[in-house]
Design a protein around this ligand. Structure first.
Ligand code: HOZ
Length: 435
């Protein structure tokens, strides 16, 4: 990957990165943030407000990462912060049940069609890891199907042909994941309904679960076709396997009830993270009551956590879901998402760049590939070098896009039409210099 000759990170970020690299692997606590996919030095953030990030060198940037998805209401939303402060003032962790957990559980069950019972955990990774264990425990079967380019956190059995930073940084199959951990994971091509049918014919009664992102955000934005989702629903029902939608990114994002509401296809289980925690570390998994009742202490499948249902995280999540339910920003987010997608498409066309723009509501990706992108086979052939130059050009113009071709951008309720238009104008300038 080419490092830009004059990376826009200022001297304070550069010094902070040098220090961090001496202390943490690659200088970060999650790999994508190190800017390995685009070269140069990551910007160190001082604070955030509404649609903006402010780095420690005093630059203000329009933020299209939104903490990789959670910040749908914008940064530092007054009512969410107030809920966090109130909760923290009553103690930050008890390790004992609270009424607030039931309230958040009710909000999730109310919103997400597939969820009759739910368990709160600390992250999306924990949610998917637990859902797979429950699916195996409930069916008594070992095999799972996942799709290349889908990312379900750093769970051993799912870190096979994974998207997100794993794909970006060239470790879709990580060292340290033993052959045993991945031996029951069958990887198929996304949106390929036929290969799923064939696999169920090959292993009748042996597949515990099919897990997928119903709209992938982790290889750029790649939606499933309705036909693909319907096939998954039909074959899993016929075979007695469990269909799991990983809605860590799409939950409360593409509709209040997630992609399953938007597509009208109800899985058996759902994993959640990001928005459900309102910017605090919280994930959840849920589904049919008979499946969830397999979890200890109702059933025998073990899963536990000292900070599960943490009162501060629960308060942030609960306030966020209440605001989303009351305000229902989804028509607005669809409208500005569409405006941004069309603007980027127009700008790339005018610049004569091979590209396609894909998006669902407030998740959008400009692929440096003629497209359409239906699966990892197409996504991996994007021009990543050009993406890196696009990324840095936009940083210099005050726009902070995801630092990888394989991550969708996220728009918040605080991105106004004027901000979207400012972004499009910046993209026009940058793209016109790339071709
Ligand atoms: N897994 C996140 C993107 N899909 C990135 C998390 C982070 O680096 O903060």
């Amino acid at each position: 990957m080419t490092t830009p000759s004059s990376p826009a990170a200022g001297p304070k970020s550069a010094a902070a990165f040098e220090r961090a690299r001496r202390l943490m692997p690659g200088g970060v606590n999650s790999p994508a943030r190190a800017f390995g996919a685009v070269g140069g030095t990551p910007l160190f953030i001082d604070h955030a407000e509404g649609p903006y990030l402010f780095d420690i060198d005093g630059n203000r940037l329009i933020d299209y990462i939104g903490s990789w998805g959670p910040m749908i209401l914008g940064h530092a939303h007054g009512e969410v912060i107030e809920a966090i402060v109130q909760a923290a003032g009553r103690g930050t962790s008890y390790g004992a049940p609270t009424e607030a957990e039931s309230q958040l559980a009710e909000q999730i069950i109310d919103a997400v069609p597939s969820v009759e019972k739910v368990r709160l955990v600390n992250s999306g990774t924990e949610a998917t890891m637990s859902a797979i264990r429950v699916a195996r425990g409930a069916t008594g079967r070992d095999k799972i199907i996942k799709f290349a380019g889908n990312y379900h956190g750093h769970v051993d059995s799912l870190l096979v042909a994974a998207g997100s930073a794993a794909a970006t940084l060239g470790v879709p199959d990580s060292p340290g994941v033993t052959p045993g951990a991945g031996q029951d994971t069958i990887v198929l091509s996304y949106n390929d309904a036929e290969s799923v049918q064939q696999t169920f014919q090959q292993y009748p009664g042996q597949i515990a679960a099919v897990i997928l992102e119903p709209i992938v955000g982790n290889m750029g934005c790649v939606p499933a076709t309705l036909e693909f989702l319907q096939t998954l629903r039909d074959v899993t029902t016929d075979d007695g396997a469990i269909l799991i939608f990983d809605e860590v990114m799409t939950g409360f994002r593409v509709a209040f009830g997630g992609a399953q509401e938007r597509f009208g296809i109800t899985p058996d289980m759902t994993t959640l993270g990001k928005i459900v925690g309102g910017g605090m570390p919280l994930g959840a998994y849920g589904g049919r009551a008979d499946i969830m009742d397999q979890v200890l202490p109702a059933g025998k499948v073990f899963q536990a956590g000292t900070l599960s249902g943490n009162p501060v995280a629960v308060a942030a999540g609960s306030a966020t879901l209440r605001l989303l339910k009351n305000d229902s920003p989804y028509a607005y987010l669809d409208m500005i998402g569409d405006r941004l997608a069309k603007g980027l498409d127009h700008a790339a066309t005018a610049a004569g760049i091979d590209h396609c723009v894909q998006g669902v509501g407030s998740m959008v990706t400009l692929f440096f590939h003629p497209g359409p992108v239906h699966s990892w086979n197409e996504a991996e052939h994007c021009d990543r070098e050009m993406f890196g130059r696009y990324f840095w050009g936009l940083i210099q113009a005050g726009v902070y896009m995801p630092c990888s071709q394989f991550e969708a951008l996220f728009i918040s309720r605080m991105h106004t039409e004027a901000i979207i238009d400012e972004t499009i104008a910046a993209a026009e300038r940058v793209l016109s210099q790339l071709a």
